[in-house]
Design a protein. Structure first.
Length: 67
């Protein structure tokens, strides 16, 4: 548990949702609202990793596994 008399060892960074300075209570967010917005984006699949699909016949390494 942290001592309230000691300064925080964690650097305050910009909130990933709105870019305001984060707070100790809601780190890495600036508020509970921004944390909830981020959670909603995760749960509604708003965040995704783009994928480029390729044709299987273009990959010579897969030829040895085909019948």
């Amino acid at each position: 548990m942290s001592n309230p008399d000691q300064p925080s060892s964690r650097r305050m960074r910009p909130c990933p949702t709105c870019s305001k300075l984060s707070t100790e209570e809601n780190y890495p967010f600036c508020s509970t609202r921004c944390a909830q917005v981020d959670l909603h984006r995760w749960l509604s699949e708003g965040y995704s990793i783009p994928v480029v699909e390729t044709d299987e016949s273009e990959d010579p390494d897969l030829d040895e596994f085909r019948d």
